[in-house]
Design a protein around this ligand. Sequence first.
Ligand SMILES: C[S@@+](CC[C@H](N)C(=O)[O-])C[C@H]1O[C@@H](n2cnc3c(N)ncnc32)[C@H](O)[C@@H]1O
Length: 283
Amino acid sequence: MNYRHAFHAGNFADVMKHVVLVRTLLYLARKDGAFRAIDTHAGIGLYDLSSEEAERTGEWRDGVARLEAPFAPEVEELLSPYRQVLDEVRASHGHAYPGSPFIIRALSRPQDVSVFVELHPADGDVLAARFKGRGVKVLRLDGWTALHALIPSPERRGLVLIDPPYEQPGELKRLAAEMVKAWRKWPTGVFLGWYPIKDPGAVAEAAGILRAAGPAKALRLELMVDAPDDPSRLNGCGLFILNPPFVLKEEAEILLPALAARLARSTYAGFRCEPFGREVAPG
Ligand SMILES: C[S@@+](CC[C@H](N)C(=O)[O-])C[C@H]1O[C@@H](n2cnc3c(N)ncnc32)[C@H](O)[C@@H]1O
C-alpha cells in the first residue's frame, strides 16, 4: 500500500469526483427519508495543502486552485454547494482540501448514516479520530470485502463511492466486476466508481463489462485534461455511475465542459457524458 492521497488531494481528478459526489448527495437529500453513504476507499477525509506531500507535487495548483475565478452563472449555480464545502473547510482548517468523507458528512442530515472504510492502519486511525459520533462508522478493512458485507443497506436509499488507488494490475476491470456484483445485491443503490484515464482501451474494457452485465441505467462521465496519447500519464479521469440520479446527466453536461476548459493542462480538453446502460441501443 504505497498510495498516499495527500500527494494528490485537490487535483483535477478530486475536483471532478467531488463535484459529482456533491450533486449526487444533494439529490439523495431531496427526500426526508434517511440515506446511507458508503465510501470504500475513504482516505483521511481532510488534507493540508501546505503539507510537504501536497507541496512536492503541487497537483492542487492545477486543480482546486484554478477554480478561483467565477464560471458562467449556470455553472456557478451547480457548483455552489461544492464551493460551500470548500469555504467551510477553509474557515475551520485554513489552507486545506476536503476528502470524500468530509464532503459526505457536510451534506448529510441527522437521519443519514455514513460508513467510511480505509485499510491503511495509520490513515484509518486519523479518519476514526476525525469522524466520530452519531451516524458515522469508520472501518479499518479491505474496501472490496467491506462493500459486499455492507450492502444492501438497511436504508433503501444511498450511495457507494468506490475510489481505489489503482496500484494493482487489472484494478479497472475489477472495479467493473465488483460494481456489477454490488448492484445485483443492492439494486436501488447509487454506485459511483472512479477510474483514471491512462490507457483508453482498459477503460473501454471496463465499460463493456458494465454494459453487458450492469443495470439499464448507467452513466459514464469523463474529464480529459491532456490528449489520451500517453498511457504513462494521467490524461483524465472518469466515473461509472450505476443508477444515477435522473438530473445528473443534464447537470454534468453543464459542469464538465466548463471544468474541462478550466482544468486542461495543454491545448487539449475534453469531456464525456454518456448514458451507457443495457437499455441504450448501441450505435
Ligand atoms: C484515492 S484514495 C481515496 C480518496 C478519497 N476517496 C477522497 O476522495 O477523498 C484511496 C485510498 O484507499 C486506501 N486503500 C488502499 N487499498 C485499500 C483497500 N484494499 N481497502 C480500503 N482502502 C484502501 C488508500 O490508503 C487511500 O487512502
